[in-house]
Design a protein around this ligand. Structure first.
Ligand code: F6R
Length: 609
């Protein structure tokens, strides 16, 4: 999705803007642009990669120390230089960048056309520049008033950064439902859609809330509410390390992040275990609250939804609490059946996914308790949920999630165990056995990463010409198959699907022909024989079978190729099986020459519906 950066301080703005934009590339974009305050505001835009913009800027001497920048992910209007941001008002009094969608832009364009405004782009953003200009000139009450009137008039989501011709060396910002943070460093103030863009300069940030605005001066930030009154904000510290947002010698962020998993899993476990017990006091989630939960709804998108599916198996089995899992875009519109003692859990790495945020609000509006499992501190979902359990994955840059997924799994296990304890479904011995086994996961993940890379690389290059792939398993093996299949298709562009192994016979088996790739995840002892029968059926029809299983399960008869994983408790297998599944997706994509960190059409954080 679109990314915004801004800088106002002592140094040359253009270098900081371009550096920030390159850090936001992972969000997905198709054009980029900057505006820098020189004598006048200078604007440069280019279609395609940031390198095209840099090319345009090559011989330009931009020494200004105040500016804004943007990466655009097209929603309204094709990717083009004209549609790229910044956009300007008719007489260039207002220059603006925007992330989000203005839903009533057609109606506003008509209104402004009646006042003589003309429009040059196909975007919904251009209307914002002209509407701010209109109110600025009509009421003559300055930028804050013009922005506030605009916020009242528009429908949709936005994070905007605005420069006014008549207010040089100031950047004005405002937001509703789209992410934005403001950083304060020793050499100036910074603005970004996401932490990695400014982490190099500062980790002291302000969060700006919905329908608030701010004026960023060189050494001062003034915040306003919708009435135009100033408000005080607390400076927060982000304890992410800058190196975690750099590649550090790895070819791609994705493989770097895969290798970070032992460490971030360990960090996440340790942050919630105190003296041999789970401790959620940081987030005020007491055993008493958990004891009264009668039903759980887990709501999320994409991979985070797959964590929800895994969590549903573990929670129902361990804590005997019914769990429903929904994709957020469905939940929000289906009039969900929620009851007083339900708990709605939202899982999200970014904490900004539009549908997940809307689902959270839907639950809150109905008076239902909400718990967020989130990675980005201070994100909208984290700020709005009643309780927050943070994952400690650090910044995740690759579009395809890996380490955030793994830490979300860990938090789900912890929650399941604590819930089971609160509900008196497990005794002390089972409780401490589970915690002990969970604490061994980082080492087991590490072993998979160290042992099997060559083998997986080899099989990946053999399989890279596959047209289709089917992932099958039962129970938690099915849940993790969903993730394995997504990992493959999103970065390698190979068609893949995941099925509950028992479902195969109800239609899909007709697609199996000679050498169709079928990946069988076989870890669950109670059902492994049944999965083996399903794999045998596939093999009899010519399928090429890759199995992922611990050595105590004999898969030799069905496997063309086997990946071994260490043994663990049945609930924790997804944390181990996901590693070869991620590696397989990664290496197949690499052998197909795909830009693994930025797969086509995808955005890291989906902040529009
Ligand atoms: C896939 C992937 C996506 C995200 C989904 C939700 O690899 O990363 O499917 O899981 O877009 O994003 P968050 O977790 O930020 O809400």
């Amino acid at each position: 999705m679109c990314g915004i950066v801004g800088y106002n301080g002592k140094n040359k703005a253009i270098d900081i803007l371009l550096d920030g934009l390159s850090k936001l590339e992972y969000r997905g974009y198709d054009s980029a642009g900057v505006a820098v305050q020189e004598k006048d505001i200078k604007i440069y835009k280019a279609k395609g990669k940031i390198i095209n913009l840099e090319e345009k800027l090559k011989n330009k001497k931009l020494n200004g120390t105040c500016g804004i920048g943007h990466t655009r992910w097209a929603t309204h209007g094709e990717p083009s230089e004209t549609n790229a941001h910044p956009h300007v008002s008719n007489d260039q009094s207002v220059t603006l960048v925007h992330n989000g969608i203005i839903e009533n832009y057609q109606e506003l364009i008509k209104k402004l056309q009646k006042h003589g405004y003309i429009f040059y782009s196909q975007t919904d953003t251009e209307v914002l520049a002209n509407l701010i200009d209109y109110y600025y000139k009509k009421y003559k009450n300055g930028p804050s008033d013009a922005i506030n009137r605009t916020m009242v008039r528009v429908r949709g989501s936005y994070a905007i950064a605005v420069m006014f011709k008549n207010h040089p060396d100031e950047i004005w910002v405002a937001r509703k439902d789209s992410p934005m943070i403001i950083g304060k460093g020793k050499d100036g103030v910074y603005l970004a859609s996401d932490v990695p863009a400014i982490l190099k300069y500062t980790n002291n940030v302000y969060y700006i809330d919905n329908l608030e605005s701010a004026c960023l001066k060189k050494d001062e930030i003034i915040f306003y509410d919708l009435n135009g009154d100033t408000i005080e904000k607390e400076l927060k510290v982000i304890d992410w390390d800058i190196t975690s947002a750099e590649k550090e010698g790895y070819e791609h962020f994705m493989i770097k992040e895969i290798h970070e998993q032992p460490e971030v899993i360990k960090k996440t476990i340790s942050s919630y275990i105190n003296d041999g017990s789970i401790d959620f006091t940081k987030c005020n989630l007491t055993k008493d609250i958990l004891k009264n939960v009668e039903q759980i709804y887990i709501v999320a998108c994409g991979s985070a939804y797959h964590v929800g599916v895994c969590a549903s198996y573990v929670i129902e089995d361990l804590a005997r609490v019914p769990v429903r899992v929904d994709v957020a875009s469905e939940f929000r519109y289906k009039n969900p059946l929620l009851k007083e003692n339900d708990l709605v859990i939202i899982i999200s790495q970014s904490g900004e996914t539009a549908d997940s945020l809307a689902a959270l609000r839907e639950a809150k509006n109905r008076g239902i308790k909400t718990l967020a499992i989130v990675n980005v501190v201070g994100s909208s979902i984290a700020r709005e949920a009643d309780y927050v359990l943070y994952t400690l994955a650090g910044p995740e840059i690759a579009v395809a999630t890996t380490k955030a997924f793994s830490t979300q799994l860990i938090v789900s296990y912890l929650l399941a165990i604590e819930l089971a304890c609160a509900k008196k479904q497990i005794d002390k011995e089972v409780y401490s056995d589970l915690l002990k086994e969970m604490q061994s996961l980082p080492e087991k993940v590490n072993n998979i990463l160290n042992d099997d890379l060559k083998g997986i690389q080899k099989i990946a290059s053999e399989l890279s010409s596959a047209q289709d792939a089917f992932y099958i398993g039962r129970g938690l093996d099915y849940a993790i198959s969903l993730e394995g299949s997504l990992k493959l298709k999103e970065i390698s562009y190979i068609h893949s699907e995941a099925y509950a192994a028992g479902e195969l016979k109800h239609g899909t088996i007709s697609l199996i022909e000679d050498n169709t790739l079928v990946i069988g995840v076989v870890t669950q002892e109670a059902v492994y024989e049944k999965t083996l029968s399903n794999l045998t059926e596939v093999k009899a029809r010519g399928g090429y079978i890759l199995t992922i299983s611990p050595d105590n399960i004999d898969v030799s008869k069905v496997s063309n190729y086997k990946i071994s994983i260490p043994k663990t408790n049945k609930f924790f297998y997804p944390s181990l099986t996901v590693i070869p599944l991620q590696l397989l997706g990664y290496y197949i994509a690499v052998s197909r020459g795909v830009d693994v960190d930025k797969p086509r059409n995808l955005a890291k954080s989906v902040t529009v519906e």
